[in-house]
Design a protein around this ligand. Structure first.
Ligand code: KG4
Ligand code: ZN
Length: 337
């Protein structure tokens, strides 16, 4: 069995995965959303203190599996350094004490592997990754080869939902709140620009749209003067602009790439409105669409464990003295490394 740990942002999570059957034998996640929501976003120092309490609490529950552990896996990048270090410290300690291999897992690769939970891998495939930290389209050829085809030049999709929600005084995380509110709104009431609409660039940009939302809030007289309907209409109009932006750029890649399998992963892939739009697009382009089970779209240790199964098979281990966070140099040449 492999024990996996995830602490790259505001979720403390540990999973136990069976190496032979790929089954998730144990999975728990303690989210810190409530504690961060008063600040309208994640406060790194607070997050690391909460991990320091939650991770040992969860670890205690995994004691029955301890004798059978063959490896420990942990997210080591990208993420908040102070929170990554909490998970890494725990993983290192376990690996050294139990004298078992340590596996480092790239968080975004973990999200990609959320598609393969309790299943075999599907390669090649291309993936739209929409999370709180990233917005990318990645061509996944194999465990070793993942190439970034498009990326955001500024904010990520999840971040733009969070920031727009904060501007409207709606709380954190903004994604699910905006999605729910949008259901009661008129998506055509506020005219918002679709980012990079007239640009040939195959890239994403969300900060201009966020600014346009800010101006609409000001035009309403500030968030204090917005009523429930205003907020619902602006949420719906914003979500529509995000959808159109994602679709427009994805279409360009769909037209070029002849890979049959397409997937959406990351926290914002839980968004039904965006999923529905992609289901239509996939039909139009004859692609097969994949998504992770809903509870594994946002950060979790099970996806880290699933990636670790393949790393274990390939004996990709790291010396506990060498494991480190965020090695940006390694991400050059458009490859996810
Ligand atoms: O993947 P994730 O859990 O963490 C990162 O790796 O960043 O993604 C969290 C992000 C947050 O920004 C959150 O607002 C967004 O995912 N999110 C959503 C929805 N659910 C979560 N965004 C849009 N619609 C949703 N339903
Ligand atoms: Zn994530």
């Amino acid at each position: 069995m492999i024990l996996s740990i995830e602490s790259s942002c505001d979720d403390s999570s540990i999973a136990i995965t069976d190496i032979e059957s790929k089954k998730i034998l144990y999975h728990k996640k303690i989210s810190q959303e409530e504690q961060h929501s008063v600040y309208g976003g994640v406060v790194p120092e607070l997050a690391s203190r909460l991990h320091a309490v939650a991770l040992p609490e969860i670890l205690k529950e995994t004691k029955p599996y301890f004798d059978k552990l063959k490896a420990v896996a942990v997210t080591n990048q990208p993420g908040l350094s102070v929170t990554l270090l909490e998970g890494i410290a725990m993983a290192k300690t376990l690996a050294v004490l139990k004298e078992i291999p340590l596996i480092e897992v790239h968080h975004l690769k973990g999200h990609i592997y959320s598609l393969f939970l309790e299943k075999e891998t599907i390669f090649p495939l291309f993936v739209l990754l929409i999370s709180g930290g990233h917005t990318q389209i990645i061509r996944v050829e194999s465990f070793e080869r993942m190439e970034i085809l498009a990326t955001s030049m500024d904010d990520s999709v999840g971040e733009s939902f969070d920031k727009c929600a904060k501007m409207m005084g709606l709380g954190y995380p903004g994604g699910p709140i905006i999605e729910q509110l949008a259901k009661k709104g008129d998506e055509n009431r506020f005219e918002l620009p679709v980012p990079l609409r007239n640009s040939p660039l195959i890239a994403f940009s969300l900060s201009g749209l966020k600014n346009a939302v800010r101006l609409k809030i000001e035009a309403c007289g500030g968030k204090e003067n917005m009523n429930e309907q205003d907020r619902a209409d602006l949420s719906a109009s914003f979500q529509k602009a995000v959808k159109l932006h994602l679709l427009q750029k994805s279409k360009k890649i769909f037209a070029k790439e002849h890979i049959k399998d397409f997937a959406i992963v990351g926290g914002a892939s839980a968004n039904r409105y965006i999923r529905d739009a992609y289901e239509k697009l996939c039909k139009e382009f004859h692609k097969t669409m994949h998504v992770a089970p809903l509870e594994y779209c946002s950060d979790n240790a099970a996806m880290i464990g699933r990636y670790a199964l393949d790393a274990y098979e390939k004996k990709q281990f790291v010396d506990p003295n060498d494991i480190d966070i965020i090695r940006t140099k390694k991400q050059q040449n458009g490859m996810l490394l």
